[in-house]
Write a protein that binds this ligand. Structure first.
Ligand SMILES: C[S@@+](CC[C@H](N)C(=O)[O-])C[C@H]1O[C@@H](n2cnc3c(N)ncnc32)[C@H](O)[C@@H]1O
Length: 353
């Protein structure tokens, strides 16, 4: 979705990685990792961007492209089989010269790496380039909350201060741990590009981050009123994610100390990007649910793909169709063009020597 907006940042990081003084450090093999790669249509997008960037940079420098090893990481429950099937297509295009826009095509080798990126995944100093998009806002666990976040499922203007603090502390622990693990795995001078769902405001309880989740809280609340969901279940449901601000991210990078921050940019991704594709097979259902922008149903479908296991684990599978249908309808009925956007933050980092 927003990954294409980070293409320039990725290309710059690859170019900087390859352009070292007198080309002495030009890698013979470039080892990269895409952390939280998922198993959907975007899984191979970043790998293909990197392959092209490496090929173009090598061509400009008059050097032979290095071999590229691409490590695809996600949680062990991810569908790695479908990723490996899709890989054959990428390798086919690559082998037939249809994929690259330059002659010198790098040889690429792919590996699946199941595990949590909050722990070590790779040997010491083995990586030149690390990428992760829309994964690092997910926390390793829901923090212990001293108070009930009544009526909310994430941070909102009515969330108690202690809850907001607990969320930030969990993000601080997770993000710092992530940087520490990568600092051990990356070579000095290696580059890392991270994109996270974030916020622009200082207060984590600002409604900006809650626009996406308020309609889901409203859907669940309606189901409580109708006796379909228990009130205590609703009260104890909170999403294990944190949308950090640019300042929080910059401060944590500085505090951890292993990386130099080269670049930070903030951009919006409009929810329209989630609009259902035309060739979806349940077109009649879509006609019934979409407004003239078609936003509610598309957002609900995309969000369901990401959080369905969380909702099912907490409330049971029986409510899934109903709650996500209501979620889409509430978005369509209540959200405005101004609020229909996801704030994204991209940072580009260099591992200190
Ligand atoms: C919203 S998807 C992003 C997928 C893809 N990177 C993209 O930009 O479209 C988030 C992915 O992060 C993965 N993820 C979440 N926490 C993780 C962790 N601790 N370690 C590895 N992967 C994780 C999820 O399983 C999911 O596939």
């Amino acid at each position: 979705m927003g990954i294409m907006k980070t293409k320039r940042v990725i290309e710059q990081a690859i170019s900087d990685l390859c352009h070292t003084r007198n080309n002495v450090n030009f890698p013979k093999t470039l080892v990269m990792a895409d952390l939280g790669c998922s198993s959907g249509p975007n899984t191979l997008l970043v790998g293909s961007m990197v392959i092209n960037a490496v090929a173009n940079t090598s061509f400009e420098m008059g050097l032979k492209s290095p071999d590229i090893q691409i490590n695809l990481n996600d949680l062990p429950t991810s569908d790695f089989n479908s990723v490996f099937v899709a890989l054959q297509e990428l390798q086919h295009y690559s082998a037939n010269g249809q994929f690259m826009d330059v002659q010198a095509q790098p040889s690429c080798y792919f590996t699946g790496v199941p595990g949590s990126f909050f722990g070590r995944l790779f040997p010491m100093k083995s990586l030149n380039f690390v990428h992760s998009s829309y994964s690092l806002q997910w926390l390793s666990q829901l923090p212990e909350l001293e108070e009930i976040n009544k009526g909310n499922i994430y941070l909102s203007s009515t969330t108690p201060e202690s809850v907001s603090r607990a969320y930030f502390e969990q993000f601080q622990t997770d993000f710092t741990g992530f940087l520490r693990c990568r600092s051990e795995e990356m070579m000095g001078g290696g580059r890392m590009v991270l994109t996270l769902a974030g916020r622009t405001t200082d207060d984590a309880r600002d409604e900006e981050s809650y626009n996406l989740w308020r309609p889901l809280a409203m859907a669940l609340q309606d189901m409580v009123f109708e006796g379909l969901v228990e009130e205590e279940k609703f009260d104890s449901f909170n999403l294990p994610q944190y949308t950090a601000s640019p300042t929080e991210i910059m401060d944590l990078v500085k505090m951890e100390g292993s990386f130099v921050l080269d670049h930070l940019e903030i951009f919006d991704v409009n929810w329209e990007a989630w609009k259902r594709e035309k060739n979806d097979n349940d077109a009649s259902e879509m006609k019934q649910l979409t407004d003239d922008h078609g936003v509610g149903h598309g957002v609900s479908k995309a969000i369901r793909a990401g959080i369905e296991p969380l909702v099912a684990n907490h409330f049971g599978e029986a409510i899934l169709d109903d709650v996500f249908k209501r979620y889409g309808q509430i978005i369509t009925a209540t959200s405005s063009k101004e609020t229909q956007k996801l704030v994204s933050i991209t940072i580009s980092l260099t591992r200190k020597m």
